[in-house]
Design a protein around this ligand. Structure first.
Ligand code: PLP
Length: 388
């Protein structure tokens, strides 16, 4: 039998990592001790109180039934208290907060609420691929906003042609940024809000990495900016903050109309997250701040180890103290794929080629600091031994 794939699947970009996966497998089969710095999935375990909370919550029969579509009230209240504590923002848990089954789910579904065929969605490049894919699935047209190092990986709103702006429904932004590790300034958010209001465009901000910082300056939420609540929705997640990627729990917050519309889509597609996971999520959101400080100290050490090694071989990692990624230009004369290929073949190290995140990522590679420090030390040694 041959079944014709829908156009929306056919038009998706090819899976650029397939070749890399094949080479990684080959190395493993040859007995090479491969160090995988490719995936952005924290290696550290979920803090114990969260695991204990899940155990207790899973034993309650009332949690075994269908959950609420928009999330338990207690979970939405905990999100609202967390935003107050962290960002000093007041969110109404009944109208400005919705639970997500991981932020990816919300990001992928959001365009279904607003995008008609032919509408434009502005998607950064390089970027987490789901902004573009969600747009395509909703029948919209992604328009690429290149993020350039000389502009600190912020999009240049002034460069978007007028006829594109007129057709734009949503702009996606993500700071602290995957994959570049850049963060946005308050100025940038202010200009963006002003621009979005002028053109009646929805701002969808992905803030999944707000807690992964190692310097003095804490990343902000777009909702801290005056007027943001008129146009913005923020997607957030417990995945990176609390090492809970496997649990699938997140939230969308902000403009009431936008949150409500996302809720309408979700009500018709999913049936919410298991209440026991939401109860564990409440425990996570209420953990004392020093729990996160321990995590930040680990990422700080890892960043230092790897940045030093890269600099010693003459590379220039983008200077950042947010996210657990290092974004670096490949050496002169290499493409992203060539260099990443050499790392796997000659050093047994897997990194992500920059062009896997979009055309503007060509010429870069991404290292994920999600392996124990001693493995990074070993990786650093192997990189230094490469004669570049
Ligand atoms: N946003 C960004 C920028 C990410 O890198 C990721 C995951 O890697 C997500 C969102 C999705 O996270 P989750 O669905 O686990 O909340």
């Amino acid at each position: 039998m041959a079944f014709e794939l829908a156009q929306r699947l056919k038009v998706l970009p090819p899976y650029l990592f397939a070749e890399l996966d094949r080479r990684k497998q080959e190395k493993i089969e040859q007995g090479v001790d491969v160090i995988d710095l490719g995936v952005g999935d924290p290696d550290l375990p979920t803090p114990e109180p969260i695991v204990e909370a899940l155990k207790r919550a899973s034993e309650k029969p009332e949690n075994h039934r269908y959950p609420s579509y928009v999330g338990m009230k207690a979970y939405r209240e905990a999100v609202s208290r967390w935003y107050k504590r962290r960002f000093d923002i007041d969110l109404n848990p009944d109208s400005e907060v919705i639970a997500l089954i991981g932020s990816k789910e919300g990001i992928a579904h959001f365009p279904l609420a607003f995008v008609e065929s032919g509408d434009v969605v502005l998607c950064p490049d390089p970027a987490y691929p789901v902004y573009k894919i969600g747009t395509i699935f909703a029948g919209g047209e992604p328009y690429t906003l290149p993020l350039r190092e000389e502009n600190d990986f912020l999009p240049d709103l002034g460069s978007i042609p007028q006829n594109i702006v007129e057709r734009t429904k949503i702009i996606w932004i993500n700071y602290p940024n995957n994959p570049t590790s850049a963060d946005a300034t308050e100025e940038f958010y202010k200009d963006l809000i002003k621009w979005a209001k002028k053109h009646n465009i929805i701002v969808a901000s992905d803030n999944a990495y707000s807690e992964i910082y190692t310097g003095e300056r804490k990343p902000i939420s777009i909702l801290q900016i005056d007027g943001a609540r008129d146009v913005a929705i923020e997607f957030h997640s417990l995945s990176k903050t609390y090492n809970m990627t496997g649990w699938r729990i997140g939230m969308a917050v902000g403009n009431e109309e936008l949150v409500k519309a996302l809720g309408k889509v979700k009500t018709n597609i999913d049936s919410g997250q298991f209440n026991a996971v939401q109860e564990a999520g409440i425990t996570a959101l209420e953990l004392p701040d020093d729990e996160l400080d321990k995590l930040r100290a680990i990422y700080r050490e890892r960043r230092e180890v790897m940045s030093r090694a890269l600099k010693e071989i003459g590379l220039k990692p983008y200077e950042s103290d947010t996210t657990f990624y290092i974004w670096t230009k490949v050496p002169e004369g290499y493409s992203s794929a060539d260099f990443v290929g050499r790392l796997i073949d000659e050093a047994g190290i897997v990194c992500t080629p920059g062009n896997g995140f979009g055309d503007a990522g060509e010429g870069y590679f991404r290292i994920s600091l999600t392996v124990p420090t001693e493995r990074l030390v070993e990786a650093a040694k192997r990189i230094e031994n490469l004669k570049l």
